[in-house]
Design a protein around this ligand. Structure first.
Ligand code: ZN
Length: 207
C-alpha cells in the first residue's frame, strides 16, 4: 500500500482517538434539553443550587469521557497486536493525547481534573458567603471570574469552564472550541494575580 494511504489512515485514526473520548462532553447535556434552571449561554450563571447541580453533572460527564476513551484504546491495541495497522496506531496515539491532557493539572494547587471537587466545594460555600461586598450582593459566574452583579467585586478569580449549555456560537464552532479546549475555559487561571492581591492586602493590613 502507498505511503499516502497509510498517512491518511493514521490521521483518520488519530482524529477518531481524539474526538471519541470527548463525545459525552459534546452531546450529553446539549442533546437533550437540560437548560431549565440555567441562564442561556454565554450569560453569567448566578451562584445557586442549579449551578452546583450542573457542576456535579459536568464532573460526572468528564469521568464518563474516561470510560468512553477506553473503547478506541482497547480496539486500537487489539488491532495492533495482530498487525501494525496505521489506523489503529493513530487511534491509540489520539487516546494517549487525551490521557496526557487530562492527567496534567491546569493549576497544581487546585486539584486534578477540569472540575475538581475542591472547586465545586468552594463555589458551593459562596451560596452563603462569609463576607458581604455590598447591600445587594448577587454573585454570578462570568466568563473570567465569579463576581457581584451590582458592585462588580471579584469573589473567586477562576474562569468559567464549559458547563454543557447549548452554545450561542453554534453547533460546529462551539463543538470545535470544546474539542480544542477540552471543556476548559480559553482564559488562563489568574492565580498569580489573586496571590498578588492577597499579598497586597496582607501588607496593607500589617501597615
Ligand atoms: Zn456586591
Amino acid at each position: 500500500m502507498s505511503l499516502g494511504a497509510d498517512v491518511a489512515r493514521l490521521v483518520v485514526g488519530l482524529l477518531i482517538g481524539m474526538i471519541v473520548p470527548r463525545l459525552p462532553l459534546l452531546f450529553f447535556t446539549r442533546f437533550i434539553n437540560m437548560e431549565r434552571n440555567l441562564t442561556p449561554h454565554p450569560d453569567p450563571i448566578p451562584v445557586g443550587i442549579p449551578l452546583i447541580q450542573r457542576l456535579l453533572l459536568m464532573r460526572r460527564i468528564h469521568l464518563m469521557c474516561w470510560i468512553v476513551a477506553s473503547l478506541p484504546l482497547i480496539l486500537g491495541l487489539l488491532i495492533i497486536k495482530s498487525s501494525p495497522e496505521p489506523f489503529a496506531l493513530g487511534m491509540v496515539a489520539g487516546v494517549s493525547w487525551f490521557v496526557i491532557s487530562r492527567a496534567i493539572p491546569q493549576d497544581p494547587n487546585s486539584g486534578f481534573g477540569i472540575l475538581p471537587l475542591s472547586l465545586i466545594r468552594d463555589i458551593n460555600n459562596l451560596r452563603e458567603p462569609e463576607t458581604v461586598c455590598c447591600k445587594r450582593q448577587l454573585l454570578q459566574w462570568e466568563v473570567r471570574s465569579i463576581r457581584c452583579r451590582h458592585c462588580r467585586s471579584i469573589t473567586l478569580n477562576i474562569p468559567r469552564p464549559d458547563l454543557g449549555r447549548i452554545r450561542s456560537d453554534g453547533l460546529l464552532i462551539g463543538s470545535l472550541r470544546i474539542l480544542l479546549m477540552d471543556g476548559r475555559s480559553p482564559f488562563p487561571h489568574d492565580s498569580v494575580v489573586t496571590q498578588g492581591v492577597e499579598f497586597l492586602s496582607k501588607v496593607t493590613e500589617e501597615e
